[in-house]
Write a protein that binds this ligand. Structure first.
Ligand SMILES: [Zn+2]
Length: 463
């Protein structure tokens, strides 16, 4: 496998050289791929046999071999997982550290459902296949190999560079919260778990790169309706399941106010040209006026866009009744919300309560493992550094901001007031993105330019 890997990567690097990847960094690109394969082979899934601690050991060994002081690479066990924090000391202790963030765990994957064993990494037709190839072991190892390459080249950061990997981002996110509280003094975070470049579906050429400066807040609210119940042969006017069903329909019909922030405006204005004409004109119209009804209708009708224009809430589970022949005494439902940055969960819960319009219904916040966060500012130094790195890797590629509809460890840092930016430099076709799904894969040709990007971006923000 190593042999085929080398051959294919060299081809990819040659193809990538047209995109300005200098061949001097071949070794670093190779190391990133090699470490990615080794870490994909470790089943770092929450639960029995979780091999996240072994991934941490693999990464620690690589860092120490590449010049990190052993005392500066610390693995902390936590329940069935572990997290890693590595420090590269800067020359000016007065400066706050630059944090580079990732996670080592992956979402469960069943070998029987995949075309290949998800935990036996393979390279086929130019793709690295395996669970974690996209989310996000290759990103982790790109960061590791980039730092080691900088060390090899004699780079001396002025501010500390801290590389950290959480161990349960895909489940409870507890270690991400711990890491962020330990590093709450950071200047800013570059999160490798977020953003990406988009390749054209037909030509495979880079279309654009979006970085992320905000994400929506995850929330779960439980609705409950209770009723004295009784025998089903003697129905009453009020039935807990009927009542909850009516409440749910009211909530379904409720529309949260469409909203725009600096990041989503940048996205709509810049990304419109790659969309179908109706979506493109709706994006531009919405960016100019977030009250534009026609634009709101068009964007709301598309699942890829409805989450970008405001808070969304949807019923995800229901439970009710206790016997086939009894009037239900209780009915509950879970409403899952993705809240636009800047709103407290309590405010959204209150809006849902009013939308349901039922004094007999109770609503409670049952969210676990989430904090509400505002958007990170579009700092000129960060925006420039991201553009600089990308333009070295992919000259002329459009670069702009976006907001993520998912949640990542960035939320923990943002909750401490530390700006956090998703910057994964991997370019991929939308149709190749199988994060969390079957047959996850990432084009090997993305590795060399990603390395070029990091080798510019990291020094720009730490020198
Ligand atoms: Zn991830």
């Amino acid at each position: 496998m190593r042999k085929s890997t080398g051959a294919i990567l060299s081809l990819a690097l040659m193809a990538g050289s047209a995109l300005a990847a200098t061949p001097d960094h071949q070794d670093a690109a190779h190391q990133a791929l090699d470490l990615a394969e080794k870490s994909i082979a470790l089943r770092s899934v929450a639960g029995d046999g979780n091999q996240t601690p072994q991934v941490a050991a693999l990464f620690r060994d690589a860092l120490i071999k590449g010049g990190f002081a052993p005392a500066d690479v610390v693995i902390t066990p936590y329940k069935d997982t572990a997290y890693l924090i590595a420090r590269w000391p800067g020359s000016d202790p007065a400066l706050k550290p630059l944090v580079i963030s990732g996670h080592m765990d992956v979402v469960e994957a069943k070998a029987s459902d995949w075309t290949h064993d998800p935990f036996k990494p393979q390279i086929e037709n130019g793709y690295l296949l395996g669970r974690g190839s996209t989310d996000m072991k290759l990103d982790d190892t790109l960061a590791i190999a980039a730092l080691l390459e900088l060390k090899k080249e004699g780079y001396k950061p002025r501010r500390d560079i801290i590389l950290e990997f959480s161990g349960d981002e895909e489940t409870t996110m507890a270690t991400g919260a711990i890491i962020a509280s330990k590093l709450a003094n950071a200047e800013l975070v570059l999160n490798m778990d977020g953003a990406n470049g988009t390749l054209d579906e037909k030509t495979g050429k880079p279309d654009y790169f979006t970085w992320e400066g905000a994400e929506k807040t995850y929330a779960d609210f439980r609705l409950t309706v209770t009723n004295p119940g009784g025998h089903s042969s003697e129905p009453r006017a009020v039935n807990a399941i009927d009542e909850l069903a009516a409440d749910l329909l009211h909530i379904q019909q409720h529309r949260f106010k469409p909203e725009l922030n600096d990041l989503s405006r940048s996205y709509f204005v810049n990304a419109a040209r790659w969309q179908k004409p109706d979506i493109a004109s709706a994006m531009k119209a919405f960016a100019a006026n977030p009250s534009d009804e026609k634009a709101i209708r068009t964007l709301s009708a598309d699942p890829a866009f409805i989450g970008r224009i405001g808070t969304t809430c949807v019923v995800t589970m229901i439970d009710g009744g206790h016997a086939l022949n009894a009037l239900p005494q209780r009915a509950t439902a879970n409403i899952n919300c993705r809240i636009f940055p800047g709103h407290p969960r309590a405010a959204i819960m209150e809006e849902l309560r009013q939308a349901a319009h039922d004094p007999g219904m109770t609503i409670e916040d049952v969210t676990e493992g989430s904090v509400e966060t505002a958007a990170s500012p579009m700092r000129p130094d960060v925006v420039q550094a991201i553009e600089h790195g990308m333009h070295v890797a992919y000259p002329g590629v459009p670069v702009f901001a976006a907001m993520s509809s998912g949640a990542s460890d960035s939320m923990w840092f943002r909750s401490h007031g530390v700006p956090s930016y998703g910057i994964s430099p991997i370019f991929i076709k939308n149709s190749d993105s199988f994060m969390h799904g079957l047959n996850e894969r990432t084009p090997v040709s993305a590795i060399a330019p990603a390395m070029e990007d990091l080798l510019v971006l990291i020094p720009d923000l730490s020198h």
